[in-house]
Design a protein around this ligand. Structure first.
Ligand SMILES: CC(C)(COP(=O)(O)OP(=O)(O)OC[C@H]1O[C@@H](n2cnc3c(N)ncnc32)[C@H](O)[C@@H]1OP(=O)(O)O)[C@@H](O)C(=O)NCCC(=O)NCCS
Length: 202
């Protein structure tokens, strides 16, 4: 058992072969996670991450392994007592379209559910993938301001083409038709955060 909360889980490989292990990330995974995320970042598909950021946030991360082979990673980051983000989701090129991405998302959603979050969201270019795993597209304004803090250092800040997607975990506690009450979770720093300009508004 890696953490007090989550035991490793074992999943039959969707495409056959050796079973997959889903577990919380540990420090020795950092170089593997960095290589994967930054290889996609170099192609403009993801935000780059540093060793410091990963060390700081390693408890957010889970990894999928096949034996000793690292196939992919994802993270659950909290923004408020009710809202979390699924981010840094990445599957190695050779392991794509075999169900690993879905395993990562479902594991992170289970974790979010354990923490009693009402919703999880993501910013993405792969809307169809997120649709397949239970998310739908939402207006950016639905999300808490803090969700945009990493965008300030993104080169696409003034022409953002990422789409916000959301999966509701507790519908009885969440309604998109009513403005969310973020004021009680806002901090003084929030005044410096701006929502990036969508590409479509340029
Ligand atoms: C997006 C990503 C994580 C998906 O992982 P994956 O292991 O290939 O996805 P899965 O095999 O679990 O696919 C689950 C479903 O989504 C569909 N899907 C996966 N990638 C898709 C894509 N790019 N476009 C449309 N549908 C896609 C699959 O066909 C599958 O559908 P099905 O269950 O109805 O058959 C992976 O392609 C990736 O790492 N991409 C680069 C990094 C990235 O964009 N990360 C997302 C940041 S938010």
């Amino acid at each position: 058992m890696i953490s007090a909360l989550f035991a490793d889980s074992f999943v039959d490989a969707p495409a056959g072969g050796q079973r997959l292990t889903v577990r919380k990330a540990v420090m020795r995974d950092i170089p593997l996670i960095l290589d994967l995320i930054n290889s996609y970042a170099a192609r403009g598909i993801m935000l780059p991450r540093t060793e410091f950021e990963l060390s700081e946030a390693i408890r957010d991360f889970i990894v999928v392994m096949q034996g000793a082979e690292f196939l992919g990673c994802g993270a659950l980051h909290f923004y408020s007592p009710t809202v979390g983000e699924i981010r840094s989701l990445a599957v190695h090129e050779h392991a794509k379209t075999k169900g690993v991405g879905r395993i990562l998302v479902e594991s992170l959603v289970r974790e979010a559910d354990t923490y009693e979050l009402d919703v999880v969201f993501a910013f993405t270019y792969v809307v169809e993938f997120f649709n397949r795993v239970g998310f739908h597209v939402v207006e950016r304004g639905v999300l808490p301001l803090k969700a945009w803090k990493d965008c300030l250092r993104c080169s696409k800040f003034s022409a953002c083409d990422e789409i916000a997607v959301l999966r509701v975990l507790r519908p009885e506690h969440w309604s998109e038709s009513q403005p969310q009450q973020w004021a009680h979770t806002a901090s003084a720093d929030d005044q410096f955060i701006q929502i990036p300009t969508p590409l479509s508004l340029k």
